[in-house]
Design a protein around this ligand. Structure first.
Ligand SMILES: *Cc1c(COP(=O)(O)O)cnc(C)c1O
Length: 473
């Protein structure tokens, strides 16, 4: 049988040669008609993908202050290490004996993450932050089941939380109870107290929270929760603010996930791959997913025998390539991780102070690694936060996170990270101040943006209702 391509093709990219599959597959499963794929040469295909990659905005192209996403520079040496043959070509079904190097790396990474978070045991399996949340909540659920406290069906979540928190808890079968924030943008202790009863399993918190504000009452909160027999879950997406300065254990948390792709510098965006390892305190160790990587004498192995394990949450052992990159980053940084957090916090405060006159700053507090402005003032001039974001795109800048957290109207959430120079921060500040002036003087002009991007200003309603998903070169 000749290949389907060749029969109809004018141009040919790859010739697969004689195909013998037809000898093995049942006749009724064989394709009768050509599949109708585009007929392109290798060079055509290459140009197509190059063109697509040129359209993509990335950290290598410009400033990327996408709040909560920690778009820091991803050192290229990590790519080199992850592509080493022994890592990249290792088959996950190979025996422990044959995989000692990879297992050692995973074991060492578990140990580093234990140290960094203060937790007593770590699982590297979850494939992203949200997946870590789900895994952590499954651990909490199983823990209460084994204890016979099946009455604990409620999970408390602040109104500033990332949407994945309630989603993960709900997927685990918990009922979500919202606790409101006070005027300082922190969990309202009195409101929290009024929600506590014997049915509360846990609270899920992010600290610093999504407003970039440190929850000063976190020790009081953890005492309240533990006195109530409940547990505390730490969403570690904002870990870039605190590395080496404090940790979730010191704050009284029992379960934590980290977003390795954010804090520990592995390329992300566009859906992955990521890694969301979880750490737990001693009491919850026996509930982690299997396998956990253990050290037995001077050998490393995958341990499946964990008494109350929730089982597997991911095929094989997680996104191994991401683990290699994060481990390389941690080794390379060493105690400089602490400086990275300090610089991330300094950079955010610098921008905040420069912009707070021109834009509303609903919570005027010292911030951690990010802060949230409001485009309310500009909205009165007829340009929404979305308009500001689009104007920024004409200055080779990725827009900040917008309309999140939900408790701030017209939210503009800015996270510069530690890897940007003062020159870049100053350029960004200049651009934001210029946009504020333009909105005062000539809002119509601002609304014409973006003009310099591959796709210019679109009709949003039309784009949502009749998306044109066909690529035309
Ligand atoms: C990014 C983020 C998450 C989810 O992490 P993913 O890795 O994208 O699944 C959860 N909470 C907060 C606060 C985040 O910023």
């Amino acid at each position: 049988m000749k290949t389907i391509f060749e029969k109809t093709s004018g141009v040919e990219g790859v010739s697969f040669g004689e195909c013998k599959l037809g000898d093995f597959l049942p006749k009724e499963l064989l394709r009768k008609e050509p599949i109708g794929l585009p007929q392109l040469s290798e060079l055509d295909v290459l140009r197509h993908y190059k063109e697509l990659s040129d359209r993509n905005f990335c950290i290598e192209k410009g400033f990327y202050p996408l709040g909560s996403c920690t778009m820091k520079y991803n050192p290229k040496v990590n790519e080199l290490l992850a592509s080493l043959e022994g890592f990249a070509n290792l088959h996950p079904m190979q025996s422990d004996e044959d995989s000692q190097g990879a297992l050692e790396l995973m074991y060492n990474l578990q140990e580093k993450l234990k140290y960094i978070t203060g937790m007593d045991a770590v699982s590297l399996q979850p494939a992203a932050g949200a997946h870590g949340e789900l895994t952590g909540m499954m651990v909490i659920k199983k823990y209460f089941e084994v204890k016979g406290e099946t009455n604990r069906t409620k999970v408390i979540i602040p109104d500033s939380a990332h949407g994945t928190n309630p989603a993960s808890a709900k997927m685990c079968g918990f009922e979500i109870v919202e606790v409101k924030s006070n005027e300082k943008g922190q969990v309202d202790i009195e409101a929290l107290k009024s929600l506590l009863d014997e049915n509360v399993a846990a609270i899920m918190m992010t600290n610093p929270n999504t407003l970039g504000i440190f929850e000063e009452k976190v020790l009081e909160i953890s005492k309240l929760m533990h006195d109530n027999g409940s547990l505390l879950y730490y969403d570690g997406a904002n870990f870039n603010a605190i590395m080496g300065w404090t940790n979730p254990k010191l704050m009284g948390f029992d379960v934590v996930h980290l977003n390795l792709h954010k804090t520990f510098a592995t390329p992300h965006g566009g859906g992955g791959p990521g890694a969301g390892p979880i750490g737990v305190v001693e009491q919850l160790k026996d509930y982690l997913p299997t396998p956990v990587i253990v050290k037995d004498g001077d050998k490393y192995k995958r341990e499946y025998n964990i008494p109350h394990s929730i089982g597997k949450v991911r095929s094989f052992y997680g996104n191994f390539g991401v683990l290699v990159r994060a481990y390389a980053y941690i080794l390379m940084m060493g105690s400089n991780l602490k400086l990275a957090s300090a610089d991330a916090v300094l950079n955010a405060n610098y921008i905040k102070e420069k912009l707070k006159g021109a834009y509303d700053l609903p919570y005027d507090e010292p911030c951690m690694h990010e802060f949230v402005l409001s485009g309310e003032k500009q909205h009165h001039q007829g340009v929404s936060t979305l308009g500001i974001a689009k104007r920024l795109m004409d200055s080779n800048c990725h827009p900040p996170t917008v309309y999140f957290p939900l408790i701030v109207h017209e939210a503009i959430m800015i996270e510069p990270t530690e890897t940007e120079s003062k020159v870049v921060l100053d350029e960004f500040i200049e651009t934001m101040l210029k946009i504020a002036r333009e909105i005062e003087e000539n809002p119509e002009e601002v609304l014409k943006s973006p003009q310099k991007t591959p796709i210019k200003k679109v009709d949003e309603t039309l784009a949502a209702r009749q998306p044109n998903l066909t690529y035309k070169g």
